[in-house]
Design a protein around this ligand. Structure first.
Ligand code: XMP
Length: 541
């Protein structure tokens, strides 16, 4: 495993045993301004020694240490002289391997508990005598390894917090990383600062400086192309690259005709006018709409749009090369395709984030196994032999947002809701036509502006309109109408993998519905989607 962090930083290495909370641990540590990285549980002690972390955290996990094929650990890790904190399954492993006793209870115990601190402990310093904690475990420690002592107990467990301060080995049966353990962050604080002696050196300001240096080193004086979608990740990546290499970066923004109202204006204003990024705007809307004529099947729509995007992007890169040649940039033209990339553009920048690069641990019954996320520019690097520049691949989404703000991107970009690559096409059920696009855009604009005005837009994961292929009878004045239906989808979610519909105030729903029916020609009915994911998805197609 290669570390993503420059060696100068303090760092905590988290070994993942398949807990659904592993990423939460990593984020909590980073919130303490200490760099953290996730490694698979089977990393060797030798590899860890080479990474030289200040501390190691063993995550929880769904297995029992007695399960056949339960994830094991290189026990040499406990002799590296690096502090270790075992959480839940991590504690069980530690106790199991160091000579303690762990019993298999055969049931998983979830829920709140109270930790009573019975012995003074550096890990629990400053937390008083008791605190609320969140349990989720199957096995239970019943006897401690030699050298260990108890620091805290809960109602059901005599060994809820244990430690061997000599060897700097610590274990918690509960989860300090989750919100249900309100003072858990203080425990992690004690671990990283007092026990591991980490410096508070992970800040987005220092990240920006280091990322710029890394980008310059990687690309030298070569040119980089980036597919700008207007979403948070590609926007922050563009701003970061622009800071690092200025005009060596060209962004391509493709208008596929499936964008929200004024989207192309916003992106051109922010990047072209404010940032002076070299931006190539490609209006390919007619091509996309012609392609989508008569298409109603959701997967066919997605495939057609994805493939067409690659073609349009490829063509735009060729045009750029021509333009560069026209401007007498022989340096670029001299780079042959065999040197990689497309013509003179050797590098493609992408806004890949840390959750996309963490290898997911595959353990049977692992709730943390992720469904692969969607990619807007899927297939580009493979088809065009680009070398990738991925300057935010170390970062979590909240960190990317901070970087964006520090680079001066406006809030409307940094905090915008996710928008699917195939755009409004997957929110128009049935055929995508210019007329239906126009109806949906108008309805969508109303949803967005009312959500913003009521201060709800930034509180939810997504809020949007969907145009259904359903017409129904209505009445307008004394005229009978037979018009379209708009469905409202407003969901909250942590990462898009699961979601629930938001209980927004009825008055807000009423305002949105009234405005859509009154102002959008062709709509006489609005319905509210009250399905969660699963079993429904967030988008309707
Ligand atoms: P679903 O509909 O699968 O969506 O519940 C989960 C999240 O992913 C977004 N989404 C996409 N994002 N390209 C993207 O970049 C896509 O093709 C795409 N499809 C869905 C969706 O908006 C939600 O946030």
């Amino acid at each position: 495993m290669k570390t993503l962090a420059p060696s100068a930083h303090s760092k905590i290495l988290i070994l993942d045993f398949g807990s659904q909370y592993t990423q939460v641990i990593a984020r909590r540590i980073r919130e303490l301004q200490v760099y953290s990285e996730i490694a698979s549980f089977n990393i060797s002690a030798k590899q860890i020694a080479a990474l030289a972390p200040n501390g190691i955290i063993l995550s929880g996990g769904p297995a029992s240490v007695y399960d056949k094929g339960a994830p094991q650990i290189d026990t040499e890790i406990f002799s590296l002289n690096i502090p270790v904190l075992g959480i839940c399954y991590g504690l069980m492993l530690m106790a199991h391997h160091l000579g303690g006793q762990v019993v298999f209870t055969g049931r998983r115990e979830y829920g709140p508990g109270t930790l009573r601190i019975t012995n003074r402990s550096e890990l629990l310093e400053g937390l008083g005598h008791q605190l609320d904690v969140w349990n989720s475990h199957g096995d239970e420690v019943t006897a401690l390894p030699k050298g260990f002592r108890v620091a805290g107990t809960t109602e059901g467990c005599d060994f809820a917090a244990v430690e061997d301060p000599q060897r700097k080995l610590y274990g918690l049966q509960f989860h300090p990383e989750v919100a249900h353990t309100p003072r858990g962050k203080e425990i992690l604080h004690n671990f990283v600062y007092h026990i591991c002696q980490c410096a508070m050196d992970w800040t987005m300001g220092s990240f920006i400086e280091e990322a710029c240096a890394r980008i310059r080193k990687q690309v030298g004086d070569q040119k980089v192309v980036l597919g700008l979608s207007g979403g948070v990740d590609s926007s922050v990546t563009a701003a970061l690259l622009h800071k690092a290499i200025g005009d060596q970066l060209t962004c391509i923004f493709v208008n596929n005709g499936l964008l929200r109202a004024r989207e192309e204006e916003i992106v051109q204003r922010v990047f072209g006018e404010n940032f002076h990024v070299r931006l190539k705007y490609v209006d390919a809307s007619e091509r996309f709409l012609a392609l989508l004529k008569d298409v109603t099947d959701p997967e066919t729509k997605r495939k057609l749009i994805g493939n067409e995007f690659i073609k349009v992007f490829q063509h735009a890169t060729e045009e750029l090369l021509e333009e560069d040649r026209g401007n007498g940039e022989h340096r670029l033209a001299a780079a042959s395709p065999s040197s990689g990339g497309h013509g003179g553009y050797k590098f493609l920048a992408q806004g890949t984030l840390y959750p996309d690069v963490i290898e997911s641990v595959s353990i049977e019954g692992n709730p943390a196994q992720v469904i692969k996320s969607h990619h807007n520019v899927g297939g580009l690097p493979e088809k065009m032999h680009f070398e990738l520049v991925e300057p935010v691949r170390q970062l979590f989404k909240d960190e990317v947002r901070q970087v964006g703000l520090q680079l001066g991107l406006p809030k409307e970009i940094v905090y915008r809701q996710p928008f699917p690559g195939p755009g409004l096409a997957v929110r128009i059920l049935g055929e995508v036509t210019p007329e239906r696009l126009s109806i949906l855009r108008e309805a969508d604009t109303i949803v967005q502006s009312e959500m913003e005005a009521a201060d709800w837009y930034y509180k939810v994961w997504q809020s949007f309109a969907v145009l259904l292929p359903v017409q129904s009878v209505g009445v307008m004045g004394d005229q009978r109408t037979y018009e379209n239906t708009i469905a409202l989808r407003i969901v909250e979610s942590r990462d898009g993998m699961t979601a629930d519909w938001v209980r927004i105030p009825y008055e807000l729903l009423a305002r949105i519905s009234n405005r859509i029916c009154n102002e959008v020609k062709g709509v006489n009915r609005v319905v509210f989607d009250v399905s969660s994911k699963p079993p429904s998805t967030i988008e309707w197609e």
